[in-house]
Design a binder for this molecule. Structure first.
Ligand SMILES: [Zn+2]
Length: 192
């Protein structure tokens, strides 16, 4: 593995605490505490949620596109900026061109085009990892607004990091079917 990638992987994994105590499902948290617990995405402090709780904000606009109100579904799925990343994921996993799951389908791991249960689970991991990346990216932009340097953060490409982190997660979780990096990138639905 090249040095740069190894560095990238170790910095990613240092931010994670994984819980392997359950066999058949993934639990996770987007909270800064780092522990993976069961958290509803709709309890996250998205701007619409904060305003509903009476918290005054200078703007309710999405931090990615700067146009629509930031809600759970907009932030994680419907925002045009985020849609581009999901399209990359679906293309990477060679889904049918019209594949367009809801956020609930994504959270539950319902991928109708996959009939192999294990492959479906792997894609579920990728999706959860992307949700985590989106929320982390969104918070970086939010905090950068009070400092300088927002533009480079806004132009970050989180897709390569998503591929690396989900590879780490799956290779740690797939003791029987080995996941090899080159296959993961080129043919993620084909196990060896
Ligand atoms: Zn948006």
């Amino acid at each position: 593995m090249v040095f740069g990638m190894a560095n990238g992987l170790s910095s990613l994994i240092s931010e994670l605490v994984l819980n392997f105590s359950r066999d058949d499902e993934w639990t996770w948290s987007l909270e800064a505490s780092g522990g993976f617990s069961r958290v509803s995405l709709n309890r996250l402090p998205t701007k619409d949620n904060l305003m509903r709780r009476g918290i005054a904000l200078s703007s309710s606009v999405c931090l990615f596109c700067g146009k629509e109100e930031e809600s759970r579904d907009h932030c994680f799925l419907l925002c045009p900026i985020i849609k581009i990343i999901w399209k990359k994921v679906w293309s990477w996993w060679k889904s049918p061109s019209l594949f367009c799951p809801s956020l609930d389908d994504i959270l539950k791991g319902n991928f109708e085009f996959l009939d192999n249960k294990l492959v479906s689970k792997l894609l579920h991991v990728v999706c959860l990892s992307l949700l985590w990346h989106i929320w982390r990216w969104r918070n970086k932009i939010l905090h950068a607004q009070t400092e300088s340097g927002e533009t480079p953060i806004r132009h970050e490409d989180i897709f390569p990091s998503l591929q690396r982190m989900s590879f780490l997660w799956t290779s740690n979780r797939a003791p029987i079917n080995r996941v090899v990096w080159d296959n993961w990138i080129q043919r993620p639905g084909v196990l060896i």
